[in-house]
Design a protein around this ligand. Structure first.
Ligand SMILES: [Zn+2]
Length: 471
């Protein structure tokens, strides 16, 4: 049973929000199977066109007041503010979803693209990741406009077409804005969908939400080795499996730089694990502590994960022929894609395998975020508004006082559309006010029975309306 609403406060704000209508509209949006693919040619763009047509009709104030542009299959809506000297802020999200794993359709209580809405939940692929936030943005702006919202600062809405795959759409919008010389004050994209126990960090009691300000880099290294195979009674020179294994081991033994980045320092201070002075004085010891923590270790170094190997022999006495393997890297700020390729080639050469194992960079690499602005106006806005809507449930029950959930600046390990705007935005905040319980997140995101509670959806809309009012 969902109980994420135990964290909610002020659910009576904006009491005239049309709850039933908002939930029905999200259900409708979930019924469009906007599935993206690594191969843009293979995407069926009709559901995207249908979704756009539905949006224009369902949120008429937004599309009447905004200047609407279709950039490739992505959408950019500009709502001009009264003071053009102020840098715009941007709310963003992605309209695409991942497919349902073939064969699991029948495991869904309600079909993944049925858009089913009941008294508690809105069901469907994209309910958490992340049509809830996309549609929640439209609901909030529609509500604000219908209530005579005046704003000095320009607001941009950017909805990408393929965050789950190539992120081409967000890249295209990012380039278009750059060509126009637009710089953003800050942006808010999807973040962690959870309210996390501080105990997960060994940081005592209480609850927190992440505001991710940066992301790690991404690179796949593909190793290939060739062999004619043959009878295993004479493995002269080593089998291709042996050669590949040695190359993988040599790469896994690379020592990557470790350090406490400025962003991690801010995170550790916010968690109350260390003071800024302790971090400045004992950086090496703190790196060692972090390396020993499953939660913190990816935040102090570049990680290396062998993930795939193909081509092994099917016979116990038959040597394998051509084989390949993939190693996935997530780079810490300061280590580039080129560094990863160069150091993997060095490691393979150092193991005397240079002529026997090819080392290539796989598709879809990205550099780690540059150092972000920490504690800027975007983070402060998120913090102050979240403090009104998300509270520590225990504190409230015991003494009637109100302890807000902490907002912790941090780094996201995955890749997001937000990275496509880093060159025009000093504060790219990945934060979701649309929250779900842990088990809903673990099962639903890219999985089966994805759904969000009506109450959580409405609370996210309230957060966004309050954010708009503060512009
Ligand atoms: Zn997403």
């Amino acid at each position: 049973m969902a109980e994420v609403w135990r964290f909610f406060a002020h659910e009576d704000d904006f009491a005239d929000i049309d709850e039933a209508g908002a939930c029905e509209r999200l259900g409708r949006v979930l019924s469009f199977p906007t599935i993206s693919s690594m191969d843009a040619e293979a995407v069926d763009w009709r559901p995207f066109d249908d979704l756009r047509a539905y949006m224009q009709q369902a949120w008429p104030h937004v599309f009447a007041a905004g200047e609407v542009e279709l950039i490739d299959h992505s959408l950019l809506v500009t709502l001009g503010g009264s003071d053009s000297a102020l840098k715009p802020i941007m709310l963003m999200g992605h309209m695409d979803v991942v497919p349902v794993v073939p064969g699991t359709e029948a495991d869904w209580t309600h079909a993944p693209f049925s858009g089913h809405v009941d008294d508690t939940y809105i069901w469907g692929r994209g309910a958490i990741d992340m049509k809830d936030q996309v549609v929640g943005i439209l609901e909030a702006v529609e509500y604000a406009l219908a209530h005579g919202w005046q704003h000095e600062r320009t607001l941009l809405l950017a909805f990408g077409q393929d965050e789950e795959t190539t992120q081409y759409g967000a890249g295209a919008i990012g380039r278009a804005l750059e060509e126009r010389g637009i710089e953003l004050e800050y942006l808010i994209d999807e973040g962690d969908y959870r309210i996390v126990s501080a105990a997960e960090y060994g940081a005592g009691e209480g609850w927190l939400m992440h505001a991710d300000l940066a992301e790690k880099g991404y690179a796949d290294i593909v190793l290939k080795t060739k062999s004619a195979g043959g009878h295993s009674s004479n493995p002269y020179g080593g089998t291709s499996l042996e050669v590949l294994s040695r190359a993988i081991t040599a790469i896994c033994d690379i020592e990557w730089p470790t350090r406490v980045t400025d962003l991690l320092a801010a995170q550790l201070v916010e968690l109350g694990l260390y003071t800024a002075d302790e971090i400045a004085a004992n950086g090496d010891a703190i790196v060692r502590d972090c390396l020993a923590s499953k939660k913190l270790y990816p935040l102090v170094t570049t990680t290396c994960a062998p993930t795939q190997i193909e081509g092994g022999s099917t016979g116990a006495n038959v040597m394998p022929q051509d084989m390949w393997a993939n190693i996935n890297f997530r780079m810490l700020e300061g280590t580039s894609v080129a560094d990863v390729v160069a150091r993997c080639r060095e490691a393979v050469a150092g193991a005397d395998l240079a002529g026997r194992v090819e080392v290539e960079l796989g598709p879809g690499s990205s550099e780690p975020s540059p150092s972000p602005r920490i504690g800027g106006p975007g983070l402060e806005a998120v913090r102050s508004i979240a403090a009104r809507y998300f509270r520590d449930p225990k504190e409230t029950e015991e003494n009637g006082s109100f302890e807000p959930v902490a907002i912790v600046p941090s780094t996201v390990i995955g890749a997001t559309d937000a990275a496509n705007y880093q060159h025009i935005c000093p504060e790219c905040i990945r934060f979701s006010a649309f929250v779900v319980d842990d088990d809903e997140c673990d099962r639903g995101v890219h999985g089966t029975n994805e759904r969000i509670t009506r109450r959580a959806y409405l609370q996210g809309i309230r957060f966004l309306v309050a954010l708009l009012q503060a512009l």
